[in-house]
Design a protein around this ligand. Structure first.
Ligand code: ADP
Ligand SMILES: O=P(O)(O)O[C@H]1O[C@H](CO)[C@@H](O[C@H]2O[C@H](CO)[C@@H](O)[C@H](O)[C@H]2O)[C@H](O)[C@H]1O
Length: 474
């Protein structure tokens, strides 16, 4: 081979994956297996091949990633950062390949697919078959056909393209046959008129029947949105900027927002419960749920040093859960935290209903306790002051305030917002049983987080471990 970029799709994909933010298998040994072209969009030059790539990990796991490529026969280099390589295509000769989501000529092809589905709208929505993909539309919204696509630059495990300020396309990267809960839950909440999600405009899939795989979804773009996590961190920075200020005072107070978030979550849960009734005869028993929490703890003990000291207390919390008579379950968010909330001019919106990334699709589709989502938010309020403390690590103790005093004010901030959130969600004080449930799901979430941090951000593992220790102290 004379040119280092001359390759095959199989050879080019592995080094490209390693460079992306969205690839979840970084640091693990794998080889690229089958590379399947599931669709081709566009009949000109460039065109897009939608690839689904099989990754075989050394530990035996197999995953599939969606990698759409835009292909040009013209060798002029366009997007260096999104370049994969060049190779000889059986039909078109020498082609130059780029990650399609960085290329606005390419992303326009998805927009046109959704426009075609709208044209086929019978009043209840429409579908269009384009190049091997099926585009589905919900009724009621006319897309801006002229909007230009640009790739979202924030932290993501999938890839989103903004079409002007009109709509946002999220293409799922890790894909599994079957319905993606991000699509199905947004579909239900949109049709039910929920005001606390970005409305779903449509989704795109490949394959049929048991082989159908959801590849992406198009949603309302929330123009005025600010990330809930960023807002919470600013609130804490304001608080810390003035050593005399208490959490309830001035710019540091987030409690009104925390309460409104609690109301938003309750509305979403109520709508999901009404729209997606669960067969109660197949609901898991509290003992089965407690056993699953114990298994998660067992696995975590092998990963996180420092959890062992709290194992006995955690198990006693799960034992109390196991003694309950029954557990109400329903469709939930599954991985709720402040980073999954957006504050808009019209109130709070909740995004990303895919569930915990570490769970299989089958696990993520199982109904769960709404208290899992509540606990997720409570843990997030706990994280926020710790993260600001880590970000301001160069903060030196002043005469005005010791680190302990600052930590106490951070804890006060977290507890105040947890209280407001919880009271608004529950509509008042919690019953003993609800308190026990919150306690158990908080413990399970903190154990999950300890593993997540140990694997992804080892410097942060102390944050969930401190949460676990406080559960022990209750
Ligand atoms: N409808 C929307 N309008 C505006 N911004 C959005 C919208 N949906 C998501 N975002 C932004 O994109 C980020 C990533 O979205 P998310 O659905 O969480 O993607 P991922 O599944 O890749 O993590 C969110 O944190 C939010 O900042
Ligand atoms: O947003 P994802 O679905 O990828 O969720 C994963 O990553 C989250 C971090 O981005 C992680 O959340 C944890 O860190 C947050 C601060 O960054 C904090 O607000 C959350 O409370 C905490 O759980 C999430 O657990 C993980 O699944």
């Amino acid at each position: 081979m004379t040119d280092p970029n001359e390759s095959t799709p199989r050879e080019a994909i592995a080094p490209y994956l390693a460079k992306t933010r969205w690839f979840g298998g970084k640091g693990r040994d794998f080889e690229v297996g089958e590379v399947r072209r599931v669709a081709t969009l566009g009949d000109g030059d460039p065109w897009v091949d939608v690839l689904v790539v099989e990754l075989r990990y050394a530990d035996g796991d197999v995953e599939h990633y969606q990698v759409p490529l835009t292909l040009y026969t013209d060798p002029e280099r366009r997007l260096d950062h999104a370049f994969l390589g060049w190779w000889e295509d059986a039909e078109r000769g020498w082609v130059h390949a780029y990650d399609a989501l960085h290329d606005r000529e390419a992303t326009r092809l998805w927009l046109l697919g959704f426009v075609a589905a709208r044209e086929a709208d019978s009043g209840a929505g429409g579908t269009a078959e384009v190049g091997g993909l099926t585009f589905h539309r919900l009724p009621g919204y006319d897309l801006d056909v002229e909007a230009v696509g640009s790739l979202f630059s924030g932290e993501q495990s999938n890839s989103s393209v903004l079409f002007g300020e009109d709509s946002i396309l999220k293409l799922f990267r890790k894909v599994t046959p079957g319905a993606n809960p991000d699509v199905t839950v947004h579909d239900v909440l949109t049709r039910a008129g929920s005001t606390h999600v970005a409305h779903l405009y449509g989704w795109v899939a490949a394959g049929e029947g048991a082989d159908e795989v959801h590849l992406g979804m198009l949603q309302q773009f929330l123009r005025t949105a600010t990330d809930g996590w960023d807002l919470a961190l600013s609130s804490i920075r304001d608080l810390y900027a003035d050593p005399e200020m208490a959490a309830r005072e001035a710019g540091g107070d987030f409690s009104g927002e925390a309460g409104r978030l609690g109301e938003a979550l309750r509305e979403v849960h109520d709508t999901l419960r009404a729209e997606l009734p669960v067969d109660t005869s197949s609901a898991p028993s509290p003992a089965a749920v407690a056993a699953a929490m114990n298994r998660r703890l067992d696995a975590a003990l092998g990963v996180v040093e420092g959890l062992g000291a709290h194992a006995e207390t955690l198990r006693s919390v799960y034992d109390a859960l196991a003694r309950l008579d029954h557990l109400e379950v329903q469709t939930v968010h599954g991985d709720l935290h402040l980073g999954q909330t957006l504050r808009t001019a019209l109130g709070w919106k909740i995004v990303d209903f895919e569930g915990e990334p570490a769970k299989t699709l089958a696990e993520r589709l199982e109904p769960d306790s709404p208290w899992r989502d509540v606990a997720g938010m409570l843990r997030s309020f706990d994280y926020a002051p710790h993260v600001v403390e880590q970000q301001q690590a160069d903060w030196t103790q002043s005469d005005d305030e010791s680190l302990d005093e600052r930590r106490a004010r951070g804890l006060e901030w977290a507890e105040r917002n947890q209280r407001y959130f919880l009271a608004a969600y529950a509509g008042g004080d919690l019953s003993d049983e609800q308190d026990l449930l919150v306690h158990a799901y908080l413990a399970d979430k903190a154990v999950y987080e300890a593993v997540y941090e140990a694997r992804n951000r080892p410097d942060w593992v102390g944050i969930p471990l401190a949460g676990v220790a406080r559960i022990g102290a209750r």
